[in-house]
Write a new protein. Sequence first.
Lengths: 393, 69
Amino acid sequence: MTATFPDLHMPPRLLAPGGTPTDLRTHQDRYGPVPQAAADDLLRLVAESGLTGRGGAAFPVHRKLLSVAAAGHRTGRTPVVIANGAEGEPASRKDRTLLRLSPHLVLDGIQLAAAATGAGEAHLAVEEGAPDLESALTHRRDPVPVKVVRLPARFLSGQSSALARYVGGGAALPAYQNPPIRERGVHRAPTLVQNVETLAHLALIARYGPDWFRTAGTQAQPGSALCTIHTPGHEPHVVEAPFGTPLHRLMPLHGTSAVLLGGYHGTWLPTPEAASRTLDATTMGAGVLMGLPADRCGLKETAGILRYLASQSAGQCGPCLNGLPRISAAFTTLAEPGPQGSTRTDVARWSGLVEGRGACHHPDGTVRLVRSALTTFAPELDAHARGFCTENH
Amino acid sequence: MNERIDIDWTGCEAHGLCAELLPEHIELDEWGYPLVANMPLPPHTLKRARRAASDCPALALKLRVVRDT
Ligand code: SF4
Ligand code: SF4
């Protein structure tokens, strides 16, 4: 399931060569022990590397580490680290692939993040049914204990306030955050939630330094990222690519009419536009790229995704609870040829009403998908309004 | 430093009381949930805003201190 394209000019950093899981002995032979470093030195390395979060938000890791460490000092509470491997995004495979092939890079990264923030406990959150990680932990001599936490497999379980709540013994549901969980999270302690891929990069930066890290990627967006590629007619596969890689080199675009960049909370792009784009931390979300086969209707695809997204709303927040099912139902109408009445303006209005009005970013991500679908598939929308279907049967 | 109205969306039950107490800052949407103008509260409104926060039946209306950057 993993592959590297020979023309990416980059040997994989994170995924073990050969596609076989790396056990502790092999890991230590390859990388040596976890470097011991003072918190300040680690923070400086991370700042110089320019590492950003790989869970979708691309937030500078250095700043997050700093604010958790500072909140720890200020409150006198020992911070908690949560490694987020609970890939809620249904189209993403990269975090589970990383955990299967290179679990010890992630576990090293957890220890380094704990050292940088002064944390005293750590949790590795994965989805229910994820393969065994406990045995990878047993032979390590980690200074900070790590517990594996298994979350209910839902789209929003991996949302950071949901994680903090679940680890603290509550339900895996997003919560109102003020102050933010990096100041008051698990059992009121400052809590660092960091994606597992980010932590694996951290493990390499601590060993090889920021200059090495910056040999991949661009000046503004250094490093590489794991992507899950969905090509019509093929199994999804995970590749590692530097930022700045042209998307057309990441996936074959022929035979597609559009590309969904960033997964279910992402953006549809018409194929000619996707062909001119590069891998960019601000648009790639958690790294999902899906090609839409040229003979399939993007509106139908989107309607299907929206039904799923509406079903995943935790139903806690009024605008999300009311808006998402309406938007989804409206899209099901738009996906079929026939009279549209006020449906398009309804969708636009409801999108405005749900955006920014929830305890988590689920409504915002859903609206991003909706708006990009309305633009990218405008010709199909017009055809449907005139009673035609553009899908080739 | 200023204070703004913030809604805990997991708590708000669309009682709409806040829109009555602070009509110049809060309107209700088509489902009865508050639409809040994201602006600093002027000093002469603060007292009423605090009352709206303490009177909200779901305790979902909060005042959030925003530091100027
Ligand atoms: S915004 Fe929606 S998905 Fe997020 S917590 Fe509120 S109801 Fe749940
Ligand atoms: S008074 Fe409270 S519960 Fe009622 S609409 Fe306003 S915020 Fe929501």
